[in-house]
Design a protein around this ligand. Structure first.
Ligand code: 5AD
Ligand code: SF4
Length: 481
């Protein structure tokens, strides 16, 4: 397949006139117009929102914390489960009264939910006060759509998935100075039968590896300590390009960037988590010994109907290989319960896989039918009460396992990147271990964004609790869970 050309510049020409207008308003009102962003869904959406915020700032907006202060509101939506869609629609509904108060307020929607044709149609008809809609493939058109809306007063909607464009050079306003999300590819070709993502994010497009490398070099130079490479299936990186450079090659290349930082990635599809990749991780300097490997279900019959293209036996082989190469690897997974046709026996298979693999962490979901996907049309949809009962059993088992898995870490010095005050308990600081486990400890807020050496004296299923040692003893080569 031909390599796609990075698309640059299409957004720049629209930024300047909006900036000029906002600068005039700033001079007249003594403050910048405000832009407020709301993000639903996965890290890919968080990364997209950082670009939207970057564009908004470049256009002369100040990012504000509440919708009431805003002259521009952007809601970045998710479609992966019904719950996320309902929440977004309810919030969009609440913004109607803000528009009534401030007729100049511009309301923009983007992301996966609005990229579905039936939702775009619904917005068009039932939410007439929404001014701008742009799909996941049209993020770079945001400044142009905003300018056109401002010029004509007419609503602008481009809800499609643009398949050939990789927009490079969009300004990014990162939430954190020390943790960063870097998309390395977009889209998905896998068509798991329950999943809406391939329909709303289009086919796989990989970024040029030199562009990714430059971005990482700049991040490390700016003091970033923890970088997560993002893609729906990072193992497919490069398959759409002609240069034969795959994900393992990319990881090896990025790992060679010198500095004191951790490199992570997600998500990996078990069908193509290659030994080459695992070997690169095991030998690397910066790549965390952490692997997110979504199993989804522990029954081969269900995996087949999900179109996952691996068996539980193959999954276990990959886990064995990972643990053989990195005995300290932290493993996490996604599990769906109540997929159509899932029997008690199928579900028992999922519980058995949890017992066999003993994940450190799982993200579990009740199956949610998505319009347009094959699974939504399957017979034998599992009744909600059965789904919920299975979900509770899954969580109870996983909680036991996670708590047990944390016990051997007690008393051991662990490297933790400090995130500052805990949101739930401001008396404590929180952070993440190299294995991405949550740690809580007392200490000075000046540790935020720094690696500290942490020792846990207690652990539950979700977190480690302990204290920090005075000095960080580790070097960039020390690595622990
Ligand atoms: N219902 C429930 N969970 C889903 N996921 C994706 N689609 C659905 C759905 N229709 C879960 C999968 C995936 C994670 C990101 O979301 O487990 O790995
Ligand atoms: Fe969805 Fe499957 Fe693609 Fe993941 S690999 S985004 S679950 S279709």
């Amino acid at each position: 397949m031909e390599n796609q050309k990075p698309e640059t510049g299409r957004f720049s020409e629209w930024i300047a006139p909006i900036r000029a207008e906002n600068d005039r308003l700033t001079a007249a009102n003594g403050k910048r117009p405000g832009a407020h962003l709301l993000t639903f869904g996965c890290q890919q959406n968080v990364a997209d929102s950082e670009k939207i915020a970057g564009l908004a700032e470049a256009m002369g907006y100040e990012i504000v914390g509440t919708p009431e202060e805003a002259d521009l509101i952007v809601v970045n939506t998710c479609a992966v489960r019904e719950h996320a869609e309902k929440k977004a629609l309810s919030i969009i509904g609440q913004f109607k009264h803000l528009k009534a108060k401030n007729p100049d307020l511009i309301l923009a929607l983007c992301g996966c939910m609005v990229t579905q044709p039936h939702r775009a149609e619904e917005i068009k008809k039932r939410y007439p006060y929404v001014d701008i809609v742009f799909g996941t493939g049209a993020l770079h058109l945001f400044p142009q759509l905003l300018w056109e809306k401002k010029q004509t007063g007419k609503r602008r909607m481009v809800p499609d998935v643009t398949e050939t464009i990789i927009a490079e050079g969009i300004p990014v306003r990162r939430e954190s100075g020390y943790r960063a999300w870097v998309s390395i590819m977009y889209g998905c070709n896998n068509f798991c039968t329950y999943c809406i993502v391939p329909y709303v994010r289009g086919r796989e497009r990989s970024r040029d590896h030199a562009c990714i490398e430059r971005e990482l070099e700049e991040l490390v130079k700016s003091g970033c300590k923890d970088i997560t490479l993002l893609g729906q299936n990072v193992n497919s990186y490069g398959k759409d390009r002609a240069d034969g450079f795959d994900f393992a090659d990319l990881l090896a290349k990025l790992d060679a960037i010198p500095g004191d930082y951790t490199l992570r990635f997600m998500t990996s599809h078990p069908k193509d988590a290659s030994r080459k990749l695992i070997d690169v991780m095991a030998k690397s300097t910066h790549v965390a010994h952490q692997f997110h490997l979504p199993l989804q279900a522990g029954s081969d019959a269900v995996l087949r109907r999900m179109n996952r293209k691996y068996t539980t036996a193959q999954y276990l082989e990959t886990v064995d290989y990972l643990r053989g190469k990195m005995p300290d690897v932290t493993l996490s997974s996604d599990i769906i319960v109540g997929f159509p046709g899932e029997t008690d026996e199928d579900f028992a298979g999922t519980l058995e896989m949890l017992e066999r693999v003993r994940f450190d962490m799982i993200f579990s979901f009740i199956y949610s039918p998505r319009k347009g996907t094959p699974a939504a049309e399957m017979e034998d949809q599992v009744p909600p009460d059965v789904q919920h009962a299975r979900f509770d059993r899954l969580l109870a088992l996983q909680n036991e396992i996670a708590k047990e898995k944390n016990q051997p870490l007690l008393g051991k010095p662990l490297r933790v990147l400090c995130d500052g005050k805990s949101k739930n308990n401001p008396a404590l600081l929180s952070g993440r271990t190299d294995g991405n486990k949550i740690a809580f400890f007392e200490g000075e807020e000046t540790n935020t964004g720094r690696f500290v050496t942490f020792v846990a004296d207690r652990a539950d299923a979700y977190a480690l609790y302990g204290s920090i040692r005075e000095e960080r003893t580790g070097s960039e080569n020390d690595r622990n869970i």
